[in-house]
Ligand binder design. Sequence first.
Ligand code: UDP
Ligand code: MG
Length: 164
Amino acid sequence: MLGRQPRQRPPRGGGFDIDRGGKGTGMKQQTFTILKPDTVAKRNCGAIIKRIEEEGFEIRGVKRVTLSEDQAKAFYAVHRERPFYRSLVTFMTEGPVWVMALDRDNAVEHLRRIMGATDPAKADAGTIRAQFASSIERNAIHGSDSPENARSEIAFFFAASELL
Ligand code: UDP
Ligand code: MG
């Protein structure tokens, strides 16, 4: 779970579909992505967004933000005991990121598939991380790992009124 969140409530209403569907149900699911500071610095946002759109995702919300240390710590709180946590927080706060709420059938699983493995050395050819990541830390993109986490991660950055 995420700790201190600027927005406490999950998005409701506003025409934004909360994930009702799973694989093959024909109903949309939501997921959440961050184009990380390495992607913004290398000007790869456009190429990655193009790929995301070509994969059939609809961008329901987007903004460019610079994470505070508290925000980065809270967002990655699940990893706070891991050896890479401090370095990850430094990386994620080093410059602006683009955060996006995405909509698609089977959105969570599909985004994870096209992102590729956390370590780009292990990412399948053709995945976003194989193409754009520099290292296991500077790996271009975040994607939610479950529909529940997608909901809380979207609520961490967006008000319902910002999801069109
Ligand atoms: N990370 C890292 N070293 C590791 C594992 C992860 O620096 O050994 C960073 C990397 O940026 C990764 C993030 O921590 O994307 C979150 O880790 P997670 O295991 O959740 O990977 P993801 O879900 O992003 O593939
Ligand atoms: Mg993860």
